[in-house]
Design a protein around this ligand. Structure first.
Ligand code: MOS
Length: 733
C-alpha cells in the first residue's frame, strides 16, 4: 500500500475543478465592503495635499484613508516585520505606483469610481529609474543573508590565478526586472471583532503574516488569525506580508466592517516585489587542461530606496559552490533607484546568477574546444568547495549521464550553425542546475480516530504545488492506511506552526515533521496494544509490530485500532511533533542538483527562436509524488523559458511608470512556447539531510534553463547573447 513516489492525483483536485476550493477573495464573509488602492503618479518627491471632496461625495463611500488620517502603525524594520513599502504613514513618495490612499465603499464599483476621483497634488523631485545610470553609486549591502555572512567571499588568489590562466573570459551578463504573475492576484479579506483580527489572505506564509500584522497593529499574535487554505501560485510575491494585506486590515479598522482588497493585474506590478535587474561581471580562467583556475563573479542588483530596507539578488552563491575551483571571489552590490522593493522570485539569485555562470562556463568550453559537458565533468566538485563540507548527497554526475543519454547529446556537432533541420538552425545547449535544500522548524499534529480516519494538521501552505497530497502520502504510509483515509489540514494560523513556503522548503521542512508526528502516534498505538490485557502482547517488542489497514499486526495475531481504543475507553490517539533539522547543516552542504538539455530551432532569416525539445535530469532526493514533482518540473522549465526569451518589465524613464503591467504586454510563455518536457529523477536514497531524504523541487527545475537556452542559441547561430530576454533581433546577423 506504499503511496510515496506514486503519481497520485491531487487529493484536492476535485475541490479545485468543482470550484469548491476557496481562495482568499472568495470567502463569504457577511457585511463585506470593498477597498481600492490609489497610487502615486510620480516617482519621487512628496504629496502636497489631497482634494477629496468630490470622491467623498460619491455614493457608497465609507472612508478615504490617506497619510493625513491613517491610523499609526508600529512600523519596525526587522527580518520578521519588514514593511516592504510605505503604509500611508507619511507623505514621502519613492516610486511611481506607491500606494497613497485607500478608498472604501459598499461595493467594488463604487469604490473604483470614487478612487478615480481622488485628486492628489504632488511636489515632484528628480527621480532615477535606470540603475545603469547610477552604477557609480553602488553600495555594499548591510544585511546580506540576514546578516549571517558577508556579501563578499574570497578563496585562494583569484586575481593571480586569472593572470596565469591559459584561456580567459571577461564578460558582463544582464538580467532584467521580472514580475511574478501567479494566476491568483494577491487578495485579502480582513475582519476585526474587538481587538481580534481575522484575515483571509493569499500568502505563502501564514505564520509570517500573523506576526507581521500583530506587530504593525500592536497586538499579540494570538489575536490575529490568518486563513489561507488555497493559493493560486506564489513564486515569491506572497512570501512576505506586503502593504495590501495591512491596508485591508487598516481599512477594516477604520470603517468597522470587514473589508476585501484584491489587487488588479496591473497592481501586481507595483505592490508585491519583483526580480531586480542584475548586472554581473564574470572573469573566469582555465588552464590548458580544461581545469578552472579562477572565477570572479561581481554582481550588482537593483534596489529600491534604502528606507525600505534591503533586498539583494544573491547571484554569486552558486558560483561559490558549483565547481572545484581553488580561486574564487564573489561580490554583491546594490544600486538604489525609484522603484518598489524587489523580492524573492522563483530561485532568487540561483536562476539569475546561474544564467551568467553557466553561460560563462559554456563560453570557456568553446574557447577550450571542449565539449561543454566534458568541461563541467573535469571541474566536478566532489565536496562543497566553499563550505568545505561533504554534500549530503550529490547525484549530479548521474543527472549529466542520464540527461545526456536521453537527449542524445553525443550526437551534437560542436561547430555553431552546423546542425540543421528543414530550413531551421538547430541549437543544442546544456546547463547545470542546483538549489539548496532549505529546512526550517515545523510542527505537526496527528489524530488517529477509532473509525480509522487520520487527521494531520500543520500551519503550512499549498501554493498549488501539492502540499495537501504529498503530506497525506507520508502520513498514509507511516500509519499503514490508504491515502483516502488521511485528511491533511493546513492554511490556518491556529494549527501547529510551520515555516513560510519559500526557498523550496515546504517538503524538506514539513514532510519530516509529518513523519515524526505519525511515528509518535504509531508508538502510542503500539503502547496501547502492548498494554492491552486481552492481547497478552506485553513481551512483544514494539519493533515487531506494524500498522496495516487500520489494525496493529503482531507476530501472533492482529487487532483493529478501533477495538484497541474502545477497550481503552478512548475515541482517538493523538501526538504532536516538531522537527528542526538544522543540525545536518553543520555536517553537510545540502543541495539538489540537475542537468538541463535544450534544443532550439532558429529561423535563419527571421531570427525567431523556438524551444523544440527539453530533457532534464534531477537529483531532488526522494520524490514523494511522481506526478506533482513532474508538474513542478514543467512549471519551472516553463518559467525558465519565460526568463530566457520573453519576460521583462519595461519602465518609462520619464515618469518612472511601468508601461507593460499587463500579461498581454509582459510576455509569459503560453502552450505554444513550451515543448514536451521530459523529466528524469535520478535515484537517491540519502538520508543525511532529513529522515525522508527529500530535497524540495520548487525552484530547482528553473535554474539553468536560461543558460541552457542561451547556450543553445549560440550553438545554433554563433551569436553569444549575454542579456535576457534573448530576442530575435539579437540573433539576426
Ligand atoms: Mo520562492 S522565490 O522562495 O517563493
Amino acid at each position: 500500500m506504499a503511496s510515496i513516489g506514486k503519481p497520485l492525483d491531487r487529493v484536492d483536485g476535485r475541490l479545485k475543478v468543482t470550484g469548491a476550493a476557496r481562495y482568499a477573495a472568495e470567502f463569504p464573509v457577511s457585511g463585506l465592503v470593498h477597498a481600492v488602492l490609489v497610487q502615486s503618479t510620480i516617482a519621487a518627491g512628496g504629496i502636497a495635499g489631497f482634494d477629496l471632496a468630490e470622491a467623498q461625495g460619491m455614493p457608497g463611500v465609507l472612508a478615504i484613508i490617506t497619510p493625513d488620517n491613517a491610523p499609526k502603525l508600529r512600523v519596525k524594520q526587522s527580518s520578521e516585520q519588514m514593511v516592504k513599502a510605505p503604509l500611508l504613514q507619511d507623505r514621502a513618495i519613492i516610486y511611481n505606483g506607491q500606494h497613497v490612499a485607500v478608498v472604501v465603499a459598499d461595493t467594488l464599483d463604487r469604490a473604483l469610481a470614487a478612487a478615480a476621483r481622488v485628486r492628489v497634488r504632488y511636489h515632484a523631485a528628480e527621480h532615477v529609474t535606470a540603475m545603469d545610470a547610477v552604477l557609480h553609486q553602488a553600495y555594499v549591502p548591510t544585511h546580506f543573508r540576514n546578516g549571517e555572512r558577508s556579501p563578499d567571499s574570497n578563496r585562494g588568489d583569484p586575481a593571480g590565478a586569472f593572470d596565469s590562466g591559459a584561456v580567459k573570459l571577461d564578460a558582463t551578463y544582464i538580467t532584467p526586472v521580472e514580475h511574478h504573475n501567479p494566476m491568483e492576484p494577491h487578495a485579502t479579506i480582513a475582519r476585526w471583532e474587538g481587538d481580534k483580527l481575522t484575515v483571509w489572505t493569499a500568502t505563502q506564509g501564514i505564520s509570517g503574516a500573523q506576526k507581521t500584522l500583530a506587530g504593525l497593529f500592536g497586538i499579540d499574535p494570538k489575536q490575529v488569525r490568518v486563513l489561507c487554505p488555497f493559493v493560486g501560485g506564489g513564486f515569491g510575491c506572497k512570501g512576505n506580508t506586503w502593504p495590501p494585506a495591512t491596508l485591508a486590515a487598516m481599512a477594516a479598522q477604520v470603517v468597522q466592517k470587514p473589508v476585501k482588497l484584491v489587487l488588479t493585474r496591473a497592481q501586481m506590478f507595483t505592490s508585491n516585489g519583483y526580480r531586480p535587474r542584475t548586472i554581473q561581471k564574470l572573469q573566469f580562467a582555465a588552464d590548458a587542461g580544461g581545469k578552472l583556475v579562477s572565477m570572479r563573479h561581481d554582481g550588482i542588483s537593483q534596489m529600491s530606496q534604502p528606507v525600505l530596507g534591503e533586498f539583494v539578488e544573491p547571484v554569486g552563491l552558486v558560483t561559490e559552490m558549483l565547481y572545484a575551483c581553488p580561486n574564487v571571489a564573489v561580490t554583491h552590490r546594490l544600486v538604489a533607484v525609484n522603484a518598489g522593493l524587489p523580492t524573492y522570485i522563483r530561485a532568487p539569485g540561483e536562476a539569475s546568477g546561474n544564467f551568467a555562470l553557466e553561460s560563462a562556463i559554456d563560453e570557456l568550453a568553446v574557447a577550450l574546444k571542449l565539449d561543454p559537458l566534458e568541461f563541467r565533468l573535469r571541474n566536478y566538485a566532489e565536496q562543497d568547495p566553499h563550505e568545505n563540507k561533504p554534500f549530503a548527497s550529490k547525484m549530479l554526475r548521474e543527472c549529466y549521464r542520464q540527461g545526456a543519454e536521453s537527449f542524445g547529446w553525443l550526437r551534437r556537432t560542436p561547430e555553431p550553425r552546423s546542425m540543421r533541420t528543414g530550413g531551421m538552425l538547430v541549437g543544442w545547449g546544456m546547463a547545470t542546475s542546483t538549489y539548496p535544500t532549505n529546512q526550517r522548524p515545523a510542527q505537526v499534529r496527528v489524530r488517529v480516530a477509532a473509525d480509522g480516519m487520520v487527521l494531520v494538521q500543520s500551519g503550512t501552505q499549498d501554493l498549488g504545488t501539492g502540499t495537501y497530497t504529498v503530506m497525506s502520502q507520508v502520513a498514509a504510509d507511516t500509519l499503514g492506511v490508504p491515502v483516502e483515509r488521511v485528511r491533511f489540514e493546513l492554511g490556518d494560523s491556529t494549527l501547529p506552526p510551520a515555516p513560510v513556503s519559500g526557498g523550496s522548503a515546504t517538503v524538506p521542512s514539513v514532510a519530516p515533521a509529518v513523519l515524526a508526528a505519525c511515528q509518535a502516534v504509531r508508538a502510542k498505538i503500539f503502547d496501547l496494544a502492548r498494554g492491552d490485557a486481552q492481547l497478552g502482547w506485553h513481551d512483544v517488542p514494539a519493533e515487531a509490530l506494524r500498522l496495516e489497514n487500520g489494525a496493529v499486526i503482531a507476530p501472533r495475531g492482529s487487532v483493529p485500532i478501533a477495538a484497541l481504543l474502545a477497550r481503552a475507553g478512548r475515541d482517538a490517539v493523538e501526538a504532536k511533533a516538531g522537527v528542526a533539522l538544522e543540525d545536518s547543516a553543520k555536517h553537510y552542504s545540502r543541495h539538489a542538483f540537475g542537468a538541463q538539455f535544450a534544443e532550439v530551432l532558429i529561423d535563419p532569416d527571421l531570427g525567431s527562436i523556438r524551444v523544440n525539445r527539453w530533457v532534464a535530469a534531477f537529483d531532488a532526493g526522494l520524490v514523494l509524488n511522481a506526478k506533482t514533482a513532474h508538474s513542478q518540473v514543467i512549471g519551472g522549465i516553463t518559467y525558465g523559458i519565460g526568463m530566457a526569451l520573453l519576460e521583462a518589465t519595461q519602465v518609462d524613464a520619464e515618469t518612472g511608470r511601468i508601461v507593460n503591467a499587463t500579461i498581454a504586454e509582459y510576455l509569459v510563455p503560453v502552450n505554444a512556447d513550451v515543448p514536451d518536457i521530459q523529466a528524469i529523477f535520478v535515484a537517491n536514497d540519502e538520508r543525511n539531510s532529513n529522515p525522508l531524504g527529500v530535497k524540495g523541487v520548487g525552484e530547482l527545475p528553473m535554474v539553468g534553463v536560461a543558460a541552457a537556452i542561451a547556450n543553445a542559441v549560440y550553438h545554433a547561430t554563433g551569436v553569444r547573447v549575454r542579456k535576457l530576454p534573448i530576442r530575435l533581433e539579437d540573433v539576426l546577423v
